[in-house]
Design a protein around this ligand. Structure first.
Ligand code: SF4
Length: 557
């Protein structure tokens, strides 16, 4: 005989089974009725169409003429976000309406697929920075360059200059395929397994700006690498291809799907499929179309591909990909081996052709129009015309002759670009923070710069085989990947012992992605109460590092 409790539970289960299932807003299952404001504006007019209005109306009539749906929605499809009004402290971020936080100037993101830049292109960005962006320029942790203080009146001229040298801002933001991360040493590294450049270029040429993929449930991130250091943070992208050797078929790619951080971090999962080089583009298209057709659109905070992967699992995902989208089976394949070298490429490295590439650290990705121009001058002085941005806010100078290495290193040093394997500078990244971001609660870039300077002075005697990664975020989002750092810092207001609210961080420790010093990716852990004010950050990190060094075993990283 069942108890009352069991009967009530059975009744609840029956009711749940007969209750109509709430729609997740999956186009292929639930139809295309828009279920929230974002879906409405996307359905009403594709984001790509706003370009004509910017060129023909808004740039001529000024900021006040911009339709709010365009301003806060479709502008992103062309890499434009309004920036934060100066002088509004982080305590007011949550209390003000978005329009009260918003300035009449824009951040403009230049997408650099695969991080590939010529000196002509970088010179163009430097000039745009100086002419239209008050000299601002930041290297992002997705191989882009972001400019600030852009007035709407200047956008058409900026596009004209960028496009004249083969750059674009198309789909740099928005619910679209964002910049394609690519190995920064694609096609040049002596130890590369395969050059992913043809796949990156074909995806970019055929599908960036393609209306059929310009209304995805949310942003969609791609990464492709042929380098054994696995240098594109593949575990936290929606769709990644990582070079691997198949025992029968040779070199191809291992397919990973459904990774993303933000406030609900989830690593991508392997589908166990080996993708031949000539299958990469159609496989990428299939995964992207699955996201478009089956991705959740009801709730925006559940709309990333990781939530669909969490429901389906890799087996079902692969089955749908092969049967409904590709029309053929992919070969089963092995996982890539653990990386043996660091994927940030800092330092001097030999290329396959006998020349060298030099990877340098900026401080938390901060550059300027002047500095970008100096980079071009240095590269060209030594006969190089190629540079690469990286997913670690670094930049690489390619094609340096062996006899010029010392001179190039010295010239780079003279403008503040370090090719040394510095303990903190090399592995500190920071998001935009309160200087320009409307969601920010705390400042990040200057805090990172101050912390690096203090720690490198105080811990100068320390020599570790691996750098210590310090990632600073200005709010609970994870643009600078807090959960995958040795020390991840999530911006928030912190209440001090005397009850004062000060800018600070919640601390995550022990995270990391695949690298030479750990077997697999792991999320940093946070402990309730583990918080530090920005003012105390250097002291805190110094204590943490000294305690770790005092207590670690010989092999512990
Ligand atoms: Fe802005 Fe937050 Fe992203 Fe930093 S982590 S750029 S503050 S949204």
């Amino acid at each position: 005989m069942s108890t009352d409790v069991e009967q009530r539970a059975a009744g609840r289960a029956d009711r749940a089974a007969t209750r109509p299932k709430k729609s997740n807003g999956q186009w292929k299952i639930d139809g295309r009725e828009p279920l929230n404001g974002n879906e409405v504006f996307k359905a009403e007019d594709n984001g790509l169409n706003v370009r004509a209005r910017i060129e023909e109306v808004y740039a001529k009539s000024g900021f006040a003429s911009i339709d709010p749906d365009d301003l806060h929605g479709r502008f992103r499809w062309w890499g434009l976000y309004t920036q934060r009004k100066p002088g509004i402290d982080g305590g007011r971020t949550a209390t003000l309406e978005p329009h009260e936080l918003e300035d009449e100037y824009f951040m403009l993101r230049v997408r650099i697929d695969g991080g590939r830049l010529t000196t002509e292109q970088l010179r163009t960005i430097a000039d745009i920075s100086n002419d239209f962006a008050r000299g601002t320029a930041d290297l992002t942790d997705r191989q882009n360059i972001q400019l600030h203080w852009i007035a709407i009146e200047d956008v058409p001229e900026i596009w004209r200059r960028l496009e004249a040298v083969g750059l674009q801002t198309t789909e740099a933001c928005g619910d679209v395929p964002r910049v394609i991360l690519g190995s920064p040493v694609a096609g040049i590294a002596a130890d590369e397994l395969i050059d992913p450049t043809p796949a990156i270029e074909e995806i970019s040429r055929r599908y960036i700006g393609d209306e059929s993929l310009a209304n995805l449930p949310r942003k969609y991130k791609t990464a492709i690498t042929g380098h054994p250091s696995q240098d594109v943070v593949h575990e936290i992208n929606d769709c990644s291809f990582v070079a691997v050797e198949h025992p029968e078929h040779g070199i191809g790619y291992d397919l990973w799907v459904g990774g993303a951080l933000s406030t609900v971090p989830r690593f991508a999962e392997r589908l166990g499929a080996w993708v031949a080089p000539d299958q990469v583009v159609e496989t990428w298209l299939g995964v992207t179309e699955i996201f478009r057709d089956y991705g959740y659109r009801r709730l925006r905070n559940k709309a990333r591909l990781k939530f669909l992967m969490a429901e389906w699992g890799p087996e079902k995902f692969r089955e749908i990909l092969e049967t409904e989208y590709l029309g053929y089976r992919l070969a089963d394949g092995p996982a890539p081996a653990k990386p043996l070298t660091e994927g940030d490429h800092v330092g001097v490295h030999r290329q396959a052709d006998g020349k060298y590439y030099i990877g340098v650290s900026l401080i938390a990705g901060r550059a300027s129009g002047t500095l970008l121009g100096q980079m071009v001058d240095i590269a060209e002085k030594y006969g190089s015309t190629r540079l690469r941005t990286t997913p670690h806010q670094k930049i690489l100078f390619l094609d340096i002759p062996e006899e010029d290495i010392d001179a190039v290193v010295a010239d780079l040093d003279a403008v503040g670009l370090s090719s040394r394997k510095d303990l903190f500078r090399r592995s500190t990244i920071a998001c935009t923070g309160i200087e320009f971001c409307k969601l920010a609660i705390v400042e990040t870039k200057q805090t990172a710069a101050d912390t690096i300077a203090t720690l490198e002075a105080r811990l100068a005697e320390i020599d570790l085989p691996h750098p210590i990664s310090l990632h600073l975020n200005g709010c609970p989002n994870s643009c600078a990947r807090i959960q995958t750092a040795d020390i991840g810092l999530k911006g928030q207001l912190v209440t001090t012992d005397d009850g004062e609210q000060k800018p600070g961080f919640q601390v995550h420790v022990g995270g990391g992605l695949a690298s030479s010093d750990r077997d697999e990716a792991g999320l940093g852990r946070t402990v309730r109460g583990l918080k530090v004010t920005a003012d105390d950050l250097s002291d805190y990190v110094e204590t943490l590092v000294r305690r770790f060094l005092a207590g670690r075993s010989e092999t512990e990283t």
